[in-house]
Design a protein around this ligand. Structure first.
Ligand SMILES: *Cc1c(COP(=O)(O)O)cnc(C)c1O
Length: 230
Protein backbone atom coordinates (compact mmCIF):
# COMPACT_ATOMS: atom_id res chain seq x y z
CA UNK A 1 0.00 0.00 0.00
CA UNK A 2 1.16 3.55 -0.69
CA UNK A 3 1.50 6.25 1.96
CA UNK A 4 -1.59 7.92 0.50
CA UNK A 5 -3.63 4.72 0.85
CA UNK A 6 -2.48 4.03 4.41
CA UNK A 7 -3.10 7.63 5.39
CA UNK A 8 -6.61 7.57 4.06
CA UNK A 9 -7.25 4.31 5.92
CA UNK A 10 -5.94 5.75 9.20
CA UNK A 11 -8.06 8.87 8.73
CA UNK A 12 -11.16 6.74 8.13
CA UNK A 13 -10.39 4.75 11.29
CA UNK A 14 -9.96 7.95 13.30
CA UNK A 15 -13.27 9.23 12.02
CA UNK A 16 -15.09 5.99 12.77
CA UNK A 17 -13.66 5.76 16.29
CA UNK A 18 -14.68 9.36 17.02
CA UNK A 19 -18.21 8.87 15.72
CA UNK A 20 -18.57 5.62 17.63
CA UNK A 21 -17.60 7.46 20.81
CA UNK A 22 -20.16 10.18 20.08
CA UNK A 23 -17.41 12.70 19.36
CA UNK A 24 -16.95 15.18 16.55
CA UNK A 25 -14.22 13.72 14.28
CA UNK A 26 -12.91 17.25 13.67
CA UNK A 27 -11.82 17.33 17.30
CA UNK A 28 -9.23 14.63 16.70
CA UNK A 29 -6.14 15.80 14.83
CA UNK A 30 -3.64 13.42 13.28
CA UNK A 31 0.05 13.94 13.91
CA UNK A 32 1.87 11.87 11.27
CA UNK A 33 5.03 10.65 12.99
CA UNK A 34 7.74 10.81 10.34
CA UNK A 35 10.82 9.99 12.43
CA UNK A 36 13.39 7.91 10.51
CA UNK A 37 11.46 8.57 7.28
CA UNK A 38 12.90 10.56 4.37
CA UNK A 39 11.66 14.02 3.48
CA UNK A 40 10.05 12.54 0.35
CA UNK A 41 7.65 10.54 2.55
CA UNK A 42 6.61 13.72 4.35
CA UNK A 43 6.00 15.46 1.05
CA UNK A 44 3.99 12.48 -0.22
CA UNK A 45 1.76 12.63 2.86
CA UNK A 46 1.49 16.43 2.66
CA UNK A 47 0.25 16.17 -0.93
CA UNK A 48 -2.72 14.16 0.28
CA UNK A 49 -3.63 16.89 2.77
CA UNK A 50 -1.72 15.85 5.89
CA UNK A 51 -0.39 19.01 7.58
CA UNK A 52 1.03 18.06 11.00
CA UNK A 53 4.15 15.91 11.29
CA UNK A 54 5.77 14.68 14.48
CA UNK A 55 9.52 14.27 14.93
CA UNK A 56 11.62 12.92 17.82
CA UNK A 57 15.16 13.99 17.04
CA UNK A 58 16.43 17.55 16.73
CA UNK A 59 19.05 16.93 14.03
CA UNK A 60 16.73 14.85 11.93
CA UNK A 61 13.95 17.42 12.20
CA UNK A 62 16.24 20.26 11.18
CA UNK A 63 17.62 18.38 8.20
CA UNK A 64 14.13 17.45 6.99
CA UNK A 65 12.73 20.92 7.54
CA UNK A 66 15.56 22.36 5.43
CA UNK A 67 14.79 19.98 2.62
CA UNK A 68 11.05 20.54 2.55
CA UNK A 69 9.55 23.69 1.04
CA UNK A 70 5.91 22.73 1.63
CA UNK A 71 4.11 24.45 4.52
CA UNK A 72 4.13 21.51 6.92
CA UNK A 73 3.53 22.08 10.61
CA UNK A 74 6.10 20.35 12.84
CA UNK A 75 5.39 19.01 16.32
CA UNK A 76 8.23 17.84 18.52
CA UNK A 77 7.19 14.65 20.31
CA UNK A 78 10.42 13.05 21.59
CA UNK A 79 12.57 13.44 24.66
CA UNK A 80 14.14 16.90 24.45
CA UNK A 81 17.44 18.01 25.96
CA UNK A 82 17.47 21.63 27.10
CA UNK A 83 20.70 22.37 25.23
CA UNK A 84 19.00 21.50 21.93
CA UNK A 85 15.92 23.68 22.35
CA UNK A 86 17.56 26.60 20.62
CA UNK A 87 17.87 24.58 17.42
CA UNK A 88 14.13 24.10 17.09
CA UNK A 89 13.00 27.50 18.38
CA UNK A 90 10.41 28.92 16.02
CA UNK A 91 10.55 25.80 13.86
CA UNK A 92 7.97 23.68 15.69
CA UNK A 93 4.46 24.78 16.54
CA UNK A 94 4.02 22.44 19.50
CA UNK A 95 6.23 20.46 21.88
CA UNK A 96 4.41 17.42 23.31
CA UNK A 97 7.16 16.30 25.66
CA UNK A 98 7.67 18.94 28.36
CA UNK A 99 8.32 17.00 31.55
CA UNK A 100 10.40 19.32 33.72
CA UNK A 101 10.62 22.98 34.66
CA UNK A 102 14.19 23.47 33.42
CA UNK A 103 13.12 22.42 29.91
CA UNK A 104 10.12 24.77 29.97
CA UNK A 105 12.40 27.60 31.13
CA UNK A 106 14.71 27.05 28.18
CA UNK A 107 11.75 26.96 25.77
CA UNK A 108 10.59 30.23 27.34
CA UNK A 109 14.03 31.77 26.85
CA UNK A 110 14.44 30.68 23.23
CA UNK A 111 10.92 31.52 22.05
CA UNK A 112 11.08 34.74 24.04
CA UNK A 113 14.16 35.79 22.06
CA UNK A 114 12.01 35.51 18.93
CA UNK A 115 9.19 37.47 20.60
CA UNK A 116 6.96 34.45 20.08
CA UNK A 117 5.36 31.88 22.30
CA UNK A 118 5.42 28.10 22.11
CA UNK A 119 2.46 25.79 22.64
CA UNK A 120 3.40 22.86 24.86
CA UNK A 121 1.90 19.75 26.38
CA UNK A 122 3.05 18.38 29.70
CA UNK A 123 4.13 14.76 29.31
CA UNK A 124 2.86 12.52 32.09
CA UNK A 125 4.30 9.07 32.79
CA UNK A 126 0.87 7.84 33.67
CA UNK A 127 1.89 4.25 34.44
CA UNK A 128 5.05 5.39 36.28
CA UNK A 129 7.30 3.19 34.16
CA UNK A 130 10.98 3.63 35.00
CA UNK A 131 11.97 3.50 31.34
CA UNK A 132 9.74 6.38 30.25
CA UNK A 133 10.02 10.16 30.44
CA UNK A 134 7.28 12.28 31.89
CA UNK A 135 6.32 13.84 35.16
CA UNK A 136 4.37 11.76 37.64
CA UNK A 137 0.64 12.18 38.07
CA UNK A 138 1.28 13.60 41.57
CA UNK A 139 3.76 16.20 40.37
CA UNK A 140 1.92 17.25 37.21
CA UNK A 141 -0.22 19.96 38.82
CA UNK A 142 2.74 21.60 40.54
CA UNK A 143 4.75 21.54 37.31
CA UNK A 144 1.86 23.12 35.41
CA UNK A 145 1.61 25.87 38.04
CA UNK A 146 5.31 26.66 37.68
CA UNK A 147 5.32 26.62 33.88
CA UNK A 148 2.23 28.86 33.86
CA UNK A 149 4.44 31.75 35.03
CA UNK A 150 6.59 31.61 31.90
CA UNK A 151 5.31 34.25 29.44
CA UNK A 152 6.52 32.59 26.21
CA UNK A 153 5.17 29.10 27.02
CA UNK A 154 1.49 28.26 26.63
CA UNK A 155 0.25 25.03 28.16
CA UNK A 156 -2.40 23.47 25.92
CA UNK A 157 -2.89 20.08 27.57
CA UNK A 158 -1.25 16.77 28.42
CA UNK A 159 0.53 13.97 26.58
CA UNK A 160 1.20 10.36 27.57
CA UNK A 161 2.62 7.09 26.28
CA UNK A 162 1.01 4.19 28.14
CA UNK A 163 2.71 0.80 28.48
CA UNK A 164 2.62 -1.37 25.38
CA UNK A 165 -0.07 -4.06 25.37
CA UNK A 166 -0.89 -6.60 22.67
CA UNK A 167 -4.52 -5.76 23.32
CA UNK A 168 -5.01 -1.98 22.93
CA UNK A 169 -8.09 -2.15 25.13
CA UNK A 170 -5.73 -2.75 28.05
CA UNK A 171 -4.32 0.77 27.57
CA UNK A 172 -7.70 2.41 28.03
CA UNK A 173 -7.47 2.94 31.81
CA UNK A 174 -4.24 4.89 31.25
CA UNK A 175 -5.83 7.08 28.59
CA UNK A 176 -8.80 7.64 30.91
CA UNK A 177 -6.34 8.48 33.69
CA UNK A 178 -4.74 11.20 31.59
CA UNK A 179 -8.12 12.72 30.80
CA UNK A 180 -9.08 12.64 34.46
CA UNK A 181 -5.82 14.38 35.39
CA UNK A 182 -6.46 17.06 32.73
CA UNK A 183 -9.91 17.67 34.24
CA UNK A 184 -8.45 18.03 37.73
CA UNK A 185 -5.88 20.54 36.49
CA UNK A 186 -8.48 22.42 34.45
CA UNK A 187 -10.64 22.75 37.56
CA UNK A 188 -7.81 24.65 39.26
CA UNK A 189 -8.43 27.52 36.86
CA UNK A 190 -4.75 28.46 36.57
CA UNK A 191 -4.48 31.65 34.48
CA UNK A 192 -3.11 31.01 30.98
CA UNK A 193 -3.38 27.23 31.29
CA UNK A 194 -5.61 25.31 28.90
CA UNK A 195 -6.25 21.58 29.11
CA UNK A 196 -8.04 21.21 25.78
CA UNK A 197 -5.48 18.92 24.14
CA UNK A 198 -4.87 15.28 25.01
CA UNK A 199 -2.04 13.79 22.95
CA UNK A 200 -2.40 10.03 23.29
CA UNK A 201 -2.63 7.00 21.03
CA UNK A 202 -0.15 5.61 18.48
CA UNK A 203 -0.46 3.13 15.59
CA UNK A 204 -1.47 0.24 17.83
CA UNK A 205 -3.92 1.98 20.09
CA UNK A 206 -5.17 5.27 18.63
CA UNK A 207 -8.77 4.06 18.40
CA UNK A 208 -8.81 3.20 22.11
CA UNK A 209 -7.27 6.62 22.87
CA UNK A 210 -9.95 8.38 20.82
CA UNK A 211 -12.65 6.57 22.77
CA UNK A 212 -11.08 8.05 25.92
CA UNK A 213 -10.89 11.59 24.59
CA UNK A 214 -7.66 11.98 22.58
CA UNK A 215 -7.53 15.21 20.54
CA UNK A 216 -4.10 14.53 19.02
CA UNK A 217 -3.09 11.03 17.94
CA UNK A 218 0.55 10.38 17.04
CA UNK A 219 0.64 7.75 14.32
CA UNK A 220 3.82 6.63 12.55
CA UNK A 221 4.16 3.06 11.33
CA UNK A 222 0.49 2.67 10.33
CA UNK A 223 1.09 5.46 7.80
CA UNK A 224 4.73 5.10 6.76
CA UNK A 225 5.27 1.37 7.35
CA UNK A 226 7.43 -0.39 9.93
CA UNK A 227 10.58 1.47 10.99
CA UNK A 228 14.05 -0.07 10.74
CA UNK A 229 14.94 1.23 14.17
CA UNK A 230 13.34 2.89 17.26
C1 LIG B 1 7.48 6.85 17.41
C2 LIG B 1 6.46 7.54 18.26
C3 LIG B 1 5.09 7.50 17.93
C4 LIG B 1 4.53 6.72 16.75
O1 LIG B 1 4.64 5.34 16.97
P1 LIG B 1 3.96 4.30 15.97
O2 LIG B 1 3.79 3.10 16.81
O3 LIG B 1 4.90 4.11 14.84
O4 LIG B 1 2.68 4.88 15.53
C5 LIG B 1 4.22 8.21 18.72
N1 LIG B 1 4.64 8.91 19.79
C6 LIG B 1 5.94 8.97 20.14
C7 LIG B 1 6.32 9.77 21.32
C8 LIG B 1 6.88 8.27 19.40
O5 LIG B 1 8.17 8.32 19.76
Amino acid sequence: MSIAERLSEVKAEIRAAALEAGRNPDQVRLVAVSKTRPAADVVAAFKTGQIIFGENYVQELRAKAMEITEAVEWHFIGHLQSNKVRQIAGLVSMIHSVDRLSLAQEINRQWGRLSRSCDVLVQVNIAEEVTKSGTTTEEALQLVREIAHLPAVRIRGLMTMPPFFDDPEAARPFFAGLKHLAELIEAEGIPGVEMGELSMGMSGDFEAAIREGATLVRVGSAIFGERQYI
